[in-house]
Each structure stands twice: as structure tokens, then as C-alpha cells.
Design a binder for this molecule. Structure first.
Ligand SMILES: *[C@@H]1O[C@H](CO)[C@@H](O)[C@H](O)[C@H]1NC(C)=O
Ligand SMILES: *[C@@H]1O[C@H](CO)[C@@H](O)[C@H](O)[C@H]1NC(C)=O
Ligand SMILES: *[C@@H]1O[C@H](CO)[C@@H](O)[C@H](O)[C@H]1NC(C)=O
Ligand SMILES: *[C@@H]1O[C@H](CO)[C@@H](O)[C@H](O)[C@H]1NC(C)=O
Ligand SMILES: *[C@@H]1O[C@H](CO)[C@@H](O)[C@H](O)[C@H]1NC(C)=O
Ligand SMILES: *[C@@H]1O[C@H](CO)[C@@H](O)[C@H](O)[C@H]1NC(C)=O
Ligand SMILES: *[C@@H]1O[C@H](CO)[C@@H](O)[C@H](O)[C@H]1NC(C)=O
Ligand SMILES: *[C@@H]1O[C@H](CO)[C@@H](O)[C@H](O)[C@H]1NC(C)=O
Ligand SMILES: *[C@@H]1O[C@H](CO)[C@@H](O)[C@H](O)[C@H]1NC(C)=O
Ligand SMILES: *[C@@H]1O[C@H](CO)[C@@H](O)[C@H](O)[C@H]1NC(C)=O
Length: 816
């Protein structure tokens, strides 16, 4: 298809007026397409990786009559148990789950598909074999190869009459399954949008997506469509992301959708684990990290691969020749240096069949042991066993196949999971919005993969909020205003979460906990409506110190309230004195904002509304290079009830934050830099033939997000004053307003910052593999430079001074 001399090919068209009218095209010149009447926005198709639980344990058996330990702890934490006791189960509400599909053959998810079953319908947009290839859609969204969507479905809808005594938050709701991932791999925004629009046209009341990719902006296509759907009164719940270790300004898209509910994860208070019994010496049972008993009969003596409990690389090398046959023993190994599978392979080479690995201080958690019969125990238990063994004591262990399940109290239980991504977005939206249990969650799994599993992630927290949303709709009806008001209701009735269990530590920053842990019972029974739930003062340059909120009494008796300020920790979002964001857990300061209120106490009569003005002053005395983001809560309370409004702002202006990394910290050479195809840095003028691998690549990092990134070709003697890495061989200074560029090589809007991890998010490259402009026109042979420009956050794209800029060395195009 040709139009206006632009090359573009329509791959997919959407026509949902009000939500998304558009097409997916391969296009040549974005700027020219923008000139076509009716085109309002062009957004790149983003690729979203298949959801990866942070932790995963597939349950190995159903045969323990004493099981389970109560995953209902998640329901107790959030008041869902009390709603269930009132007979509220989400009946009549339809929830669309956009995920890897569902194994509806799981008997606890209804055992079938179609009208009359729990999973009433859905669609498979991709097929089993999909990763990045052409999708093979079919009507059946069955997933028996991945499992993620089946776990998500159980958190919403697992039927209670199962041997594990768990239940979904809204297990009488109906589910539509939209499968958008194959067994592995990634999916594009375009397919997410297809599924969202299908979810709307199928009449779902709620759409939930436990997926996303680190973003930092609210503007990806799937974010924008999600937000529009939420604005119509459907509730859209989306994971905040599992990138907590990478620091602030990094929540996921589409979770950043302005009107959606971005969900943070809270660690469950208990982890359902198993005990082993100690024989030969008096000792308490030893808890091991497994949801169900290791399949071991009888009592086995122990054997330690090292008698030294301080060894750092235990069993990382083949065991000594004089090692006995290990088949009769439980082998005890210390964690550290090499992988668990490496250790277990070395033990298996000596006949070992069962092993317990003891912790080295990394933490008691689920570990990857491949298909070996092995798991983790705590460090103190390992030290005990090894010391007994070394002293010659005859110690043995047994693994009761029933009656030994134990609700291990999780040390981080009740805190925000460290993996939860931190906001706010670069455009200062409040993400995540609210938290739900997502760490160590037992739920359903595909039958061929074990029927039940324990998974962790914001993926597990997200369906919990979808389930609570179904309970809300089933009580209040599905009118659009109920859906539109849901996020505010959940936020204003949420439970504030501390940053640690240590007295005196501040509340967790709102940039990671959102408004706190959902309280479903309080939200649904509230007879006071506080609005809005989020007060955003924005950055210093756009500071809105005066904020108002209202308190409406929808009950039947007058209520008196007091207003108080409860600060959260101030997030120090950058490493002091550097241009790099601080990794998570993001350091917190107790220096907080101060707030003055128009009233500090008031009475509201039934049907009346009280307006309150808050005058918010940022904290002082903080290092501005840490770009502090302050946050906290305004509490509206009396002896019987309390509500809250959350607030968020920064000390410092986003426009002052450096966007492009110009340091040598990551590559030993100042960035950006040109490289050849072998990765050698090219600091001087270089000619390229563009034959085979002979072409240049720009290597760069974004220390912070940018709303606009431009790569243009310019003349070699351009008269321009760049802001980054001014070169001694560079041309004399000027401004780029005076020097026209020769043409665009690449342009992208709303780019995420890079992380400091080498996992594909650490840096960007732009390979100029053929001598062509972005629109496909050949660049004539000659000498050029590449001009890179990045707009600062909140910068004005029409102002040169709002861009950072860099000029490459001279590139000679010598194409044959
Ligand atoms: C299952 O949970 C219910 C309450 O939720 C409890 O009364 C019952 O004892 C539990 N059963 C088992 C086997 O734990
Ligand atoms: C499991 O082991 C822990 C730690 O020794 C102990 O406190 C608990 O009582 C045990 N529970 C069972 C059911 O064996
Ligand atoms: C343990 O014993 C039970 C009953 O004797 C038997 O069914 C099961 O297969 C045995 N398991 C193992 C792992 O040996
Ligand atoms: C513990 O083991 C892990 C590998 O599982 C390793 O990364 C870590 O450095 C070790 N910690 C100590 C204190 O030895
Ligand atoms: C265990 O896994 C390895 C590699 O993944 C495989 O080669 C081996 O056959 C498996 N063993 C069993 C008993 O499944
Ligand atoms: C560890 O201690 C046991 C019991 O004293 C002994 O038999 C064994 O040889 C020791 N192992 C090593 C490697 O010293
Ligand atoms: C914060 O201010 C910037 C600059 O005016 C604006 O683009 C952005 O939308 C604001 N954010 C919010 C949440 O209002
Ligand atoms: C670049 O050129 C300068 C002289 O202009 C020379 O000293 C330097 O060695 C060259 N660098 C490389 C990497 O070729
Ligand atoms: C690049 O090619 C031009 C024209 O062929 C030549 O004048 C120049 O010396 C070459 N530069 C380098 C660095 O090889
Ligand atoms: C492609 O871009 C170049 C550089 O801006 C321009 O000279 C050329 O006319 C464009 N070609 C088309 C077909 O628009």
C-alpha cells in the first residue's frame, strides 16, 4: 500500500471508536505520517516479555491429608475472609484474564470450557508455538505448557472444595481467558490491544493483565488503550512490574496506564513449608523449603560434603575419590559459589539421591534444583547437622509424608515484596496504586505441570485486586461510576505498610507501596467516600503546593473526624553525586514534607461533603543530587474508622535530570560512542563500505527516560555546540537551530531509562547497517556525522536548550 509517497504496509487495523481506532503499520517516515489528516499519534509497537514469576515451586503431590497450610492468610490480611463470610463471592461478574491461557481442565477451575463452566469463554490469539513468529490464533485458550495464567486464574477463581483448602478471591465470578503468549517468548503491544478490545466486546466487567515491561512512561500503546477502557467504567488491573532491584522511575507498561490500577506485591505472612524429623540427637524438626513433602520413605543417615561450615564453594568440584557411595544418605551441602544443580550433579556422580543445601546468608527461599530431590534449609540447621556429623554423631533424618506441614512465618511477611517496581512515572503519575499479596502464593497450575504451585510476583498480586474488584461490582452493581471510582476507593481504604519490621523505620515509600495493602472489607462497606485518593504535587518546576480533597458522608449518622499527617520515607531516587538512579531497595530518609490543613477537625452530616485544603511543603536539608521523592498519607479518622489520601512530590525539577549517560562508568569509555561490528570503539574518523559487517553502531545509555530521542545525519563540519562530551577534534561551536540536519536516521518517543544490569536493559545500540535514512532513501557517499539529541523530561520539544546533544566523529560513507 502506498500513500503520499511514504512506504508503509498495514498489518492490522483496529476500529473501536472511543477506545482505539488505528492500525499497525511498518512505516518509513513517522514525521510525514503525522501530517496525514486524522492521524493523531504514532507509537512504536513495544515487545513485552512472557511473564516470569520471581519464584516458582511446582507442588509435587496431592497426598498430604493435613495440607494445607492456609493460603487464606492472604484473605485474612485483606478482609476477603470477612466478605466470604457474608456470602460475597463475585457472582455474576465477568473477568477477562489476558495471559498465557488457562488450563480449565484443572478440576478446581471448573474442569471445562464454555457456557456453564467457570471459564465461560475466551480466545487464543497466538497458539502454542508462538514466540515472535506469526501467531496461529484458535478459539481455545487452553494452556498446559506455561502455567502462569492458570495460577493467576486460581487466585481469582479457585473453587474451595480442593484438597489444599484454598479459594479464589471471587470464585463465583465467570472468567474469559485470552491467551496472548505461546509456551515461551514475547508478545507485542498490538496483540495485547487486540485482546483488550476483544475483552471489552465480550462484555467483561474487569480486565486483568499480569504482564508488562519496564517502562517509566504512561504513553505506550497498550497503556493508552488500557487507560481509555478504564475511563469507561471497566476496572483494569495491571502488574506494577518485578523490577524493584533496579530502582525508581521504572514501573511497567501497560501497568502505567493512567486510569488503570497498577498493583504492587506484599509478601505473604506465612510460607507453607514442610518439616523433617531429626533422629539420633535431640533437636526440633528442621523446616525445609518445599510446599509438599520430599518423596522419601524411611530414615536416612546424613553425610556432609564438607565438615567446615565456613566453606564457600562446597561441592562445586567433583567430590574426592575416597567419597563413599552416597546413595543411602541425605547429603548436606553448603550454598555458595556455583549453582545448586552443579553441586547436586557432583553429589549424584557419587550416587547421592537426596540432598539438603543449607543457606549461606543469602536468604531462606525457593531454589532451582532442576529435577534433583533436594531443597534449601536454614543456615543454623545446616551448621547444626554438619557439626554433629563432624563430631561423629549418628544423626539421621526422616521426611513425614503427612502431618509435617508448617506455616513458616516469613521474616518479610506483611512488607512490600522487594521485587515490586518503584514509580513514580517520568510524567509523575502515581504508580503503583495499591498492593495485594503476591509473594509466596499457592494457587492452581496446569494438570500436566503439577495442578498446584507456589509463585511470587506482582503477577500474583494483580488478579487479587481483580478479584476484589469483582466482589465490589457484585455488591455495588456494575454502573460505570462504580468502576471509575474503584481505584480511589481501594486507595482511600488501604492499609499503610512499613518499610521494615524495625521500630522507628519509616513507612515504605508510596512510590513502591502505592496507597498500601487493599482492605476489601473496608472498601466495600465504607460509608464515607474520600476523593481523590492521590494528591500529586509534581516536581519543583511544576509544584502544586495547594491540594484539595473531599470527605462525603454516605452513611446514616453524623460523623466527626480529625485530620493528621502521616509521612512515609522519602525515596532518595539517585545515587548521591552521580547521574545514576539508586538500585532497590531504594534508600529512604525520614526527612519528610510538612502539611498545613484548612481544618484539622470537622463534622459531616449524612449526605454532606466536607472539602479540605492541604498546603504541602517539601522536606528540606536533603542532598539534591539524590533527587528526593517525598510521599505519605493524610489520615481522616475518628475512634471507629479511618480513611486516607496519599500524596507524592519531589524536591527538584525533572528537567534538571541528565538523560544521556556521558560517563565511562559502564564501558570504560565516555558514552555515547561509535563502535564497529566487532564492538571496537571508534574515536576517530572512520570510513565504512556497508558491505558485510563494515558499518557503524552508536552505543549509548539513557541514565533517565526521555520523551524524545533523535538520531540525525549532519555534515562533517557542522557548526554546533553540543552538550555532551565536547570533542577536541570537533568543529567550532554553533547552535543546531542554525544548522539544518540532512535527514533522520531514527526517532523514538517515550524511551525508558536503562538499568545497570546486563540483561538486555543495560544499554541501547543503533546499528546503521545500511547507508539509508529512516525513510529508506539512500544516503549519498560522503563524509558525515551523527547528531544524537534527547529531550529532557518535561522539556519543550521546540526548544533547543531542552535537549542534550552529542556529535559522532566523522563517518565516511564509501558504499560500492
Ligand atoms: C480449611 O479451612 C477452613 C476454614 O477456612 C477450616 O475450618 C478447616 O479446618 C481447614 N481445613 C484444613 C484441612 O486445614
Ligand atoms: C516444624 O518445625 C518448626 C521448627 O522446628 C517447629 O516450630 C514446628 O512446631 C514444627 N511443626 C510441625 C508441624 O512439625
Ligand atoms: C513410600 O512408601 C509408599 C507405601 O509403602 C509407596 O507407595 C511409595 O511408592 C514409597 N515412595 C518412595 C519414594 O519410595
Ligand atoms: C552465598 O551463595 C550465593 C550463591 O548461591 C552467592 O551469590 C553469595 O555470594 C554467597 N554468600 C556468601 C556470604 O558467601
Ligand atoms: C534431569 O534433567 C536432566 C537435564 O535437564 C536430564 O538430562 C535428565 O534426563 C533428567 N532426569 C530425570 C530423571 O528426569
Ligand atoms: C568429617 O568428619 C567425619 C566424622 O568425624 C569424618 O569421618 C570425616 O572423615 C570428616 N571429613 C573430612 C573431609 O575431613
Ligand atoms: C507533572 O508535570 C508535567 C509538566 O507539566 C506534566 O506533563 C505531567 O502530566 C504532570 N503530572 C501529573 C501527574 O500531573
Ligand atoms: C585518533 O587520532 C589521534 C590523532 O589524531 C591519535 O593520536 C589516536 O591514536 C587515534 N586513536 C585511535 C583509537 O586510532
Ligand atoms: C575516507 O575516505 C575518504 C574519501 O575516499 C578519504 O579521503 C579519507 O582519507 C578516508 N578516511 C579515512 C580515515 O580512511
Ligand atoms: C527521505 O529523507 C531524506 C532526508 O530527510 C529526504 O531527503 C528524502 O526526500 C526523503 N525521501 C522520501 C521519499 O520522502
Amino acid at each position: 500500500m502506498r500513500k503520499r509517497e511514504l512506504r508503509f504496509e498495514v498489518q492490522k487495523e483496529f476500529n473501536s471508536p472511543g477506545l482505539f481506532v488505528g492500525s499497525v503499520v511498518t512505516l518509513s517516515d513517522a514525521a510525514k505520517v503525522m501530517e496525514i489528516p486524522g492521524v493523531t499519534a504514532i507509537r512504536p509497537v513495544k515487545l513485552i516479555p512472557a511473564p516470569q514469576p520471581v519464584k516458582k515451586h511446582i507442588v509435587t503431590g496431592l497426598d498430604d491429608p493435613q495440607i494445607p497450610p492456609d493460603s487464606e492468610s492472604t484473605h485474612v490480611l485483606t478482609g476477603v475472609d470477612k466478605l466470604h463470610a457474608e456470602g460475597i463471592f463475585g457472582e455474576g461478574i465477568k473477568i477477562g484474564i489476558i495471559d498465557t491461557g488457562i488450563d480449565f481442565t484443572n478440576p478446581f477451575l471448573g474442569g471445562g470450557f464454555g457456557p456453564g463452566f467457570k471459564v465461560i469463554g475466551g480466545f487464543d490469539f497466538v497458539g502454542d508455538d508462538f514466540s515472535t513468529n506469526t501467531p496461529q490464533p484458535d478459539p481455545n485458550p487452553l494452556d498446559q505448557c506455561n502455567g502462569h495464567g492458570t495460577h493467576v486464574a486460581g487466585i481469582i477463581g479457585a473453587d474451595p472444595n480442593n484438597p489444599f483448602n484454598i479459594s479464589g478471591v471471587a470464585f463465583k465470578a465467570s472468567i474469559n481467558a485470552y491467551r496472548i503468549f505461546g509456551c515461551t517468548g514475547v508478545v507485542g503491544d498490538d496483540i495485547i490491544i487486540e485482546a483488550l478490545l476483544r475483552g471489552v466486546s465480550d462484555g467483561n466487567d474487569i480486565l486483568t493483565m499480569s504482564l508488562g515491561g519496564a517502562d517509566g512512561w504512561t504513553e505506550s500503546s497498550s497503556s493508552v488503550v488500557s487507560s481509555r477502557i478504564a475511563a469507561t467504567g471497566k476496572i483494569v488491573t495491571i502488574a506494577a512490574g518485578n523490577d524493584g532491584s533496579k530502582g525508581s522511575w521504572y514501573t511497567s507498561g501497560p501497568g502505567n496506564a493512567i486510569n488503570a490500577i497498577s498493583v504492587a506485591s506484599l509478601d505473604n505472612t506465612i510460607i507453607p513449608l514442610q518439616n523433617a524429623t531429626v533422629h539420633g540427637v535431640a533437636h526440633d524438626p528442621i523446616t525445609y523449603f518445599a510446599t509438599f513433602p520430599l518423596p522419601i520413605n524411611g530414615t536416612l543417615p546424613i553425610f556432609a560434603t564438607s565438615n567446615d561450615t565456613t566453606v564457600v564453594d562446597d561441592a562445586c568440584n567433583p567430590l574426592p575419590d575416597d567419597t563413599p557411595d552416597l546413595s543411602p544418605f541425605v547429603v548436606i551441602i553448603k550454598r555458595g559459589t556455583c549453582t545448586f544443580v552443579q553441586k547436586l550433579t557432583n553429589v549424584a556422580a557419587k550416587g547421592g539421591q537426596v540432598a539438603l543445601i543449607y543457606d549461606n546468608g543469602s536468604g531462606f527461599s525457593d531454589i532451582d534444583v532442576g529435577n534433583f530431590t533436594a531443597t534449601l534449609i536454614q543456615e543454623a540447621d545446616g551448621d547444626f547437622l554438619v557439626n554433629e556429623f563432624a563430631s561423629g554423631a549418628q544423626v539421621s533424618l526422616s521426611f513425614p509424608q503427612s502431618g509435617a506441614s508448617f506455616n513458616f512465618p516469613d521474616a518479610s511477611g506483611g512488607l512490600i515484596s522487594t521485587f515490586t517496581s518503584y514509580g513514580p512515572t517520568n510524567d509523575f503519575f502515581f504508580k503503583p496504586a495499591v498492593a495485594a499479596p503476591g509473594g509466596n502464593i499457592l494457587s492452581t497450575f496446569p494438570v500436566p505441570l503439577g495442578t498446584f504451585a507456589v509463585l511470587s510476583g506482582t503477577s500474583m498480586a494483580t488478579p487479587f485486586i481483580a478479584g476484589v474488584s469483582a466482589l465490589l461490582f457484585s455488591v455495588k452493581g456494575t454502573a460505570p461510576e462504580v468502576g471509575v471510582g474503584a481505584r480511589t476507593l481501594f486507595e482511600t481504604t488501604a492499609q499503610r505498610i512499613p518499610s521494615s519490621h524495625t521500630d522507628g523505620d519509616p513507612l515504605q515509600t508510596v512510590t513502591q507501596q502505592g496507597a498500601g495493602l487493599v482492605d476489601a472489607f473496608k472498601a466495600i462497606h465504607a460509608d464515607v467516600i474520600v476523593s481523590p485518593g492521590e494528591l500529586i504535587t509534581n516536581d519543583t518546576a511544576h509544584f502544586k503546593s495547594l491540594q484539595t480533597f473531599t470527605v462525603k458522608n454516605v452513611g446514616i449518622s453524623s460523623k466527626s473526624f480529625k485530620i493528621s499527617h502521616i509521612p512515609a520515607g522519602t525515596a532518595l531516587t539517585f545515587q548521591p553525586g552521580t547521574i545514576f538512579p539508586a538500585d532497590g531497595p531504594v534508600p529512604l530518609s525520614t526527612s519528610s514534607a510538612s502539611i498545613k490543613f484548612s481544618e484539622t477537625s470537622f463534622t459531616v452530616h449524612p449526605g454532606q461533603t466536607q472539602e479540605i485544603t492541604a498546603h504541602i511543603t517539601p522536606p528540606t536539608g536533603l542532598d539534591p543530587t539524590t533527587f528526593p521523592v517525598f510521599s505519605g498519607f493524610i489520615e481522616i479518622s475518628n475512634a471507629d474508622e479511618s480513611y486516607q489520601v496519599s500524596y507524592l512530590g519531589s524536591v527538584g525539577s525533572l528537567k534538571d535530570v541528565q538523560v544521556v549517560d556521558d560517563t565511562d562508568v559502564f564501558f570504560g569509555v565516555n558514552l555515547p560512542v561509535l563502535t564497529d561490528s566487532a564492538g571496537n570503539f571508534l574515536l576517530n574518523a572512520t570510513n565504512f563500505t556497508f558491505v558485510g559487517d563494515d558499518f557503524p553502531t552508536v552505543l549509548m545509555r539513557l541514565a533517565f527516560g526521555t520523551p524524545k530521542l533523535l538520531f540525525d545525519l549532519v555534515g562533517p563540519g557542522i557548526n554546533l555546540k553540543t552538550t555532551l562530551n565536547k570533542r577536541s577534534d570537533g568543529p567550532p561551536s554553533g547552535t543546531f537551530a542554525q544548522v539544518p540536519t540532512l535527514g533522520s536516521l531514527f526517532e523514538a518517543d517515550f524511551q525508558s531509562r536503562n538499568s545497570d544490569v546486563d540483561d538486555g536493559t543495560g544499554f541501547n545500540t543503533l546499528a546503521i547497517s545500511s547507508p539509508e535514512f529512516a525513510n529508506g532513501t539512500t544516503i549519498p557517499n560522503g563524509a558525515y556525522r551523527i547528531l544524537l539529541r534527547a529531550l529532557k523530561v518535561t522539556g519543550d520539544p521546540t526548544k533547543e536548550e531542552d535537549f542534550e546533544s552529542w556529535l559522532s566523529p566523522v563517518i565516511g560513507i564509501n558504499a560500492p
